[in-house]
Design a protein around this ligand. Structure first.
Ligand code: UD1
Ligand code: UDP
Length: 359
């Protein structure tokens, strides 16, 4: 079978890595990179470090407004699909690359398989929520990471082609953690000690493009009483410069601003943090899996299991709430974690289901 994999943004390279490794044992894969992310440390570093095969096509779409960006991807993906005639298109997550890939395929009557299907925040203002709902409704195979995701789909009337396989990010983590511990020297480079720093990541539109939220987050970060390691997403860096807030962070001795880091460095940074502050989906899961308390700078999350388990607190962006959540995490004995993200075999399950469905 010939499968076209569509990726474009940082988390999709990480998710595709274990699936692609398994896929190529049984089928032919062509990788289409939309070019949504393009800086070395947002794209190429993951292909190199995680041994992801070089994309067969890079559409080079780049950054822009949603309609423009999604439209250019749609056009570019369609052209490649016309040329390659794959039997199936594989998309990941909830970015504009996901929606464009799924829509291009669906209009050409090529079956779509969606990895990380069924996630919902129930906040329709999020571009990701729009992308994932639309993608789920035009997919033939829906690979869910959690039981909650399966139930979300059922509530929307999607019951066929739905499979609970676990989370491919867990597969990636299991495969790479020992490698990261051996190869990454990020703690030495940053002169940080295990358990003695807070790790922060921020990139959601609702936080970066809303000045009050961005100011709140900056204020909270500068009031934390431990060093804060803050790998800056390019979107956040651009907004901080526009809002004249970057200098303020740069002169603060406790906040260590660094460029986005590689996946192996990130695994070491997450696993050794005292607490993680984030609005990232992937980082919330990684913190849970690695047993690091997480504070999510949003009002809702798709990863509700981590909150129910007591390992993740939703604070939004108000500094007082963030600071008191840090204190709460420090003073609470957290319960044992259940394995809510599967068994690290999601990629294998996905490929065996794909093979069965298209024999
Ligand atoms: C995108 C996804 C988001 C995902 C995130 C992962 C959508 C709508 N959003 O958000 O769901 O969580 O990726 O990181 O698809 N930029 C660069 N260099 C790059 C990439 C981006 O400078 O390599 C800057 C540009 O100024 C760009 C901005 O970041 O305008 C935003 O990039 P974009 O891909 O549109 O959205 P993300 O915020 O990265
Ligand atoms: N990540 C990384 N380097 C960084 C920040 C994040 O490798 O500097 C990884 C992180 O460990 C996780 C993924 O990128 O695996 C999450 O991507 P992101 O936060 O950009 O997007 P989201 O998961 O919110 O869609």
């Amino acid at each position: 079978m010939k499968i076209a994999t569509i990726v474009g943004a940082r988390p999709q390279f990480i998710k595709a890595a274990p699936v692609s490794r398994e896929l190529r044992k049984h089928h032919q894969e062509i990788i289409i990179h939309t070019g949504q992310h393009y800086d070395y440390n947002m794209s190429a570093v993951f292909f190199e470090e995680m041994d992801i095969p070089r994309p067969d096509y890079n559409l080079g779409v780049g950054s822009g407004n949603h309609g423009w960006q999604t439209g250019r991807m749609l056009e570019g993906v369609e052209e490649v699909l016309l040329k390659e005639s794959p039997d199936l298109v594989l998309v990941y997550g909830d970015t504009n690359s996901t929606l464009a890939g799924a829509l291009a395929a669906s209009k050409m009557h090529i079956p779509v398989a969606h990895v990380e299907a069924g996630l919902r925040s129930y906040n329709k203002r999020m571009p990701e929520e729009q992308n994932r709902v639309l993608t789920d409704h035009i997919s033939s195979l829906l690979f869910c990471p959690t039981e909650t995701a399966v139930q979300n789909l059922h509530r929307e009337g999607i019951t066929t082609g739905v499979y609970l396989v676990g989370d491919v990010m867990y597969d990636a983590l299991v495969y790479n953690l020992a490698i990261a511990r051996e190869k990454s020297d990020i703690l030495e480079r940053l002169q940080m000690f295990p358990g003695e720093y807070v790790l922060a990541t921020v990139h959601r539109a609702e936080n970066t493009d809303d000045l009050a939220n961005l100011q709140n987050i900056v204020e909270a970060l500068t009031r934390i009483d431990s060093p804060v390691v803050f790998p800056l997403h390019p979107r956040t860096k651009a907004r901080l410069i526009e809002a004249d807030l970057l200098n303020f962070l740069e002169v603060n001795d406790c906040v260590l601003l660094i460029p986005p880091v590689s996946y192996l460095d990130m695994l070491v940074l997450v696993s050794n943090a005292e607490v993680v502050l984030t609005d990232s989906g992937g980082v919330q899961k990684e913190a849970y899996i690695l047993g690091v308390p997480c504070i999510t700078l949003r009002e809702e999350t798709e990863w509700v299991e981590t909150v129910a388990a007591g390992w993740n607190i939703l604070t939004g962006t108000r500094p007082e709430k963030i600071l008191s959540a840090i204190m709460r995490m420090r003073s609470t004995d957290l319960p044992e974690r259940k394995p809510v993200f599967g068994d690290g075999q999601a990629s294998m399950k996905i490929i065996s289901i794909l093979s069965r469905n298209f024999e």
